[in-house]
Design a protein around this ligand. Structure first.
Ligand code: UT7
Length: 363
C-alpha cells in the first residue's frame, strides 16, 4: 500500500480548506534502554559463540536486557516521559504503543503506559507489526491527526526481547536487545519541518513462519506440558529473513522516495530498522547511498525490534549527526512479513537526552 499525506478531502467537504495540508509533525523525541548491559563476552560464557563472530556477522558489541521485574510498559513509559519532556507538553490525545512483547497478551500495553504517564482517559491502543511496528505506528498516529481525531499523539516503539528469546538458540539470542523509543506528533502542515510522510507499507502473510513465537496464541494453544521450549520462544529463520530484509527495505524505501519526489542522493540520513549492520549497509548500497549516511546504533543496543528506529534517531540527534532540516528516510522490515518506509524532514528540537542515560527512574 502506498499512502501520501495529507489525505485528499472531497471537493464538497466544508473542512477541506483546513484539512488539505493538515499533517502530523514530530515535536518531541525520547529513548530509554534498561541499565543492564550484556556484552558479547558475557553471552559467550554460556553459549557456543564469540565476541568476534557476533561483531563480524552482525555489528553488535553489546545490548541491554531488562531486569526480570521490568516489563515493556516500564521501558515504554520512560521513553514516553522523555519524549513528552522533549516536546514540552504534559498531555496528548492518544497513546499508541507498538510492540511484539506486550506486558500480557490481553489487554494491550498502551492503556497501562498512558496511566503510568498520568494521561488518564486518553485513547490508547497497540499496533502489532513486529520490527516494522514503528513505521506502521507512525502511519496510524499520522492518520489520527490527519483526520482530526487527535491533535497530539504519543507514539512509542518498545520491546523486551529478552523475555521471549531462547537462550539455547545462539543464532537469534545474540541479535536482540531491549529498549523503547518514542515521538510526540502534533497537528501541523505537510510542508513544515517534522511533517511525516509519504509512506509505503506492505505485508506478505505467506512468510508467517519465518519469524514467530509459535505457541501461546489461538493457533497453537499453550497448556502445561504441551509446548516445546522452541515453540514458546521467539524463532527466526535468519538466512531467509536476511534476503527478504534487504529486498523489502530497499524496495519500500524506493517507493516512499518516489511518492515524495525525492531523489535518493537528496537523503541526508537513512534510518533503517537495526536488523544487522551488513543488512543496513547493503540497503544503503542498493539505494546508491554511501554507508556514512546510514544511521546505526546497533553496535551498542542490538536489534530492539519496534524500538530500533526511534532509538537510532534519538542517539543520532543526541550526538549531532541528525540536525534540523535534514532529510530522513526510514525503512523497516519484520515478522508478518511486514515492511514499510517513510520520509521525514527533521524539525528543530531542544537537546535530546541520550537513550543510555539512566539517570531517570523507570516508571
Ligand atoms: O528484525 C527482523 C529482521 N531480522 C533480520 O533481518 C536478521 C536477519 N538475519 C541475520 O542477521 C543473520 O542471518 C544471522 C545473524 C541471524 C545469522 O548470521 P549468518 O551469517 O546468516 O549465519 P548462519 O545462520 O548462516 O550460520 C553460519 C555459521 C553456521 O555454522 P556452519 O554450519 O557454517 O558450521 C552457524 O552454526 O555460523 C554458525 N553460527 C554461529 N557461530 C557462532 C550461527 N550463530 C552463531 C553464533 N556464534 N552466535
Amino acid at each position: 500500500m502506498r499512502t501520501s499525506t495529507p489525505p485528499a478531502p472531497g471537493p464538497s467537504d466544508p473542512t477541506a480548506a483546513v484539512r488539505r495540508d493538515r499533517a502530523a509533525v514530530v515535536c518531541g523525541v525520547g529513548g530509554y534502554v534498561p541499565p543492564r548491559v550484556v556484552t558479547n563476552d558475557e553471552l559467550s560464557r554460556f553459549m557456543d559463540t564469540s565476541d568476534e563472530w557476533i561483531r563480524k556477522r552482525t555489528g553488535i558489541s553489546r545490548r541491554h536486557f531488562a531486569d526480570p521485574g521490568q516489563a515493556t510498559s516500564d521501558l515504554a513509559a520512560e521513553a514516553g516521559r522523555r519524549a513528552l519532556e522533549s516536546a514540552g507538553v504534559d498531555t496528548v490525545d492518544a497513546v499508541v504503543v507498538t510492540t511484539t512483547t506486550p506486558d500480557r497478551s490481553c489487554p494491550a500495553t498502551a492503556p497501562l503506559v498512558a496511566t503510568k504517564l498520568g494521561l488518564e482517559g486518553v485513547a490508547a491502543f497497540d499496533v502489532s507489526a513486529v520490527c516494522t511496528g514503528f513505521v506502521y505506528g507512525l502511519a496510524s498516529a499520522a492518520g489520527l491527526i490527519a483526520t482530526g481525531v487527535a491533535e497530539r499523539v504519543l507514539l512509542i516503539g518498545a520491546d523486551t526481547y529478552s523475555a521471549i528469546l531462547d537462550m539455547e538458540d545462539r543464532t537469534n539470542a545474540i541479535i536482540f536487545g531491549d529498549g523503547a523509543g518514542a515521538v510526540v506528533l502534533r497537528a501541523g502542515h505537510a510542508d513544515e519541518p517534522g511533517a511525516v510522510g509519504h509512506f509505503d507499507l506492505g505485508s506478505d502473510g505467506s512468510g508467517e513462519e519465518l519469524i514467530m513465537v509459535a505457541a501461546g496464541g489461538s493457533r497453537q494453544r499453550k497448556s502445561p506440558g504441551d509446548v516445546s521450549r522452541q515453540d514458546e520462544h521467539f524463532s527466526m529463520r535468519g538466512k531467509e529473513v536476511y534476503r527478504h530484509a534487504v529486498h523489502r527495505m530497499s524496495a519500500s524505501a524506493r517507493a516512499a522516495l518516489e511518492l515524495g519526489g525525492w531523489k535518493a542522493e537528496e537523503v541526508d540520513h537513512l534510518v533503517p530498522h537495526q536488523a544487522n549492520i551488513r543488512i543496513l549497509h547493503t540497503v544503503a548500497e542498493e539505494l546508491g547511498l554511501p554507508k556514512e549516511r546510514c544511521v546505526s546504533n546497533i553496535g551498542s543496543v542490538g536489534n530492539t525490534g519496534a524500538a530500533s528506529i526511534p532509538l537510532a534517531l534519538v542517539d543520532a540527534v543526541g550526538d549531532g549527526t541528525v540536525k534540523a532540516g535534514d532529510r530522513i528516510l526510514l525503512t523497516a522490515f519484520g515478522g508478518g512479513l511486514t515492511w514499510g518506509a517513510c520520509l521525514l524532514r527533521w524539525p528543530s528540537l531542544p537537546p535530546v537526552r541520550p537513550s543510555h542515560d539512566n539517570g531517570g527512574t523507570p516508571a
